[in-house]
Design a binder for this molecule. Structure first.
Ligand SMILES: C[S@@+](CC[C@H](N)C(=O)[O-])C[C@H]1O[C@@H](n2cnc3c(N)ncnc32)[C@H](O)[C@@H]1O
Length: 353
């Protein structure tokens, strides 16, 4: 939207959308969970449905539905015709059925909503002041395995949505180098380790993660029959002197470095570089704000940065590729390949200088 040309009345309307954004958000969540969006959409082809039809079908009062649908109409989520019939708009359709919007909405509602209330404090102190709404840990990563099940589900669905799709393409790049031993740094639930073992029968994977996640990852990989080929070591990269051994053909860091501040990333990359010889490949996959094709993806990443600030650790964010490239250079690494993966991701293959 042009900064100069917007009319004052339109700017005022936009400002109210922001002032009341939580109202529209909670309305959307309610309409979705109460089944109103599904019901309206299923009747779109019949020319829409009236308030009283929706109310009686979903056993809600007309009063309750009216407060939700009135603001939903002003927010262009539903439309209302002259006969009093509601239909789902394109925005309403995406809010109901677009998978990316669904994981973003659930993540916002279940993981972030209450914690974001403490954003100002988090900004001032560079501490995840909102995390206390979920549990009492220093960072969210310590508590991931202990989150309430519905919160954990939304966290993992958000995390996996932005990585699952690219693992298949990434495997082809990883295995060009024919690794026999791969270190998965921040192996999380073991998903990538399982895919590596499925993809190539000669590879062994060693996962490094915090204790709770490592336990989960090793249980998952053993359950898939890869107990012999997947091992692990507990590590806390925020501890005084974290180390990983030499010996890996490939070191894999997927959506891992964004969990840390620039100073911490530099430290991690130096530790990794120390554990590499001239043949070792370090593969870094991230979603960078300066590499997005679409404004909605950039916006999602900027919102994710605020989750890091308010809830995750207080000092990390989604970075620009230029920032990561500078840190890799400083840590003694050269970028051998720079590949765009899927809709959002970039993969760097790094070698020791
Ligand atoms: C966003 S997840 C990424 C998971 C996975 N690699 C993927 O691509 O989906 C970040 C991972 O880093 C781990 N992690 C975060 N902080 C850590 C720390 N201080 N020490 C060790 N691991 C950490 C988390 O436990 C989690 O498994």
């Amino acid at each position: 939207m042009s900064k100069k040309n917007i009319r004052a009345i339109d700017a005022l309307q936009e400002a109210q959308k922001i002032a009341f954004a939580p109202f529209v958000f909670q309305t959307t969540v309610s309409l979705k969970k109460l089944g109103v969006f599904d019901f309206i959409f299923n009747n779109n082809t019949n020319g829409g449905v009236t308030l009283s039809e929706i109310a009686s079908q979903l056993t809600l009062s007309e009063y309750s539905l009216s407060v939700l649908l009135e603001i939903a109409e002003s927010a262009d989520i539903v439309s209302l015709d002259n006969e009093g019939k509601y239909e789902l708009t394109k925005i309403g359709y995406f809010l109901s059925y677009n998978p990316m919007t669904e994981v973003n909405l659930n993540f916002t509602h279940d993981v972030c909503y209450q914690g974001l209330f403490h954003l100002q404090e988090a900004i001032k102190e560079e501490k995840p002041a909102g995390l206390k709404e979920l549990g009492h840990w220093k960072t969210i990563y310590e508590g991931l395995s202990q989150l309430d099940p519905h919160i954990q589900k939304s966290w993992f669905e958000f995390d996996h949505f932005y990585s699952d799709g690219i693992f298949e393409d990434a495997l082809k790049i990883v295995f060009k180098h024919k690794p026999k031993l791969l270190f998965d740094i921040g192996g999380n639930t073991g998903k990538f380790a399982i895919q590596c073992c499925d993809y190539n029968k000669n590879v062994n994977v060693h996962i490094f993660d915090l204790p709770g996640q490592l336990k989960k990852a090793l249980a998952n990989t053993a359950e898939k029959g890869f107990g012999e080929r997947v091992s692990g070591t507990e590590i806390d990269w925020l501890s005084k002197n974290p180390q990983i051994p030499m010996g890996a053909d490939t070191i894999w860091m997927s959506q891992f470095l964004d969990c840390f501040s620039k100073e911490e990333i530099l430290k991690i990359l130096k530790v990794a570089a120390n554990a590499m010889d001239n043949d070792t490949e370090l593969i870094i996959i991230e979603t960078y704000t300066d590499r997005q094709k679409f404004a909605n993806a950039k916006f999602t990443l900027e919102a994710t940065s605020l989750y890091f600030t308010a809830l995750a650790n207080g000092n990390s964010k989604m970075y620009k590729a230029t920032e990561l490239l500078a840190l890799a250079q400083e840590a003694g690494l050269n970028i051998k390949e720079d590949i765009s993966l899927g809709e959002f991701h970039t993969l760097f293959v790094c070698k020791k200088k």
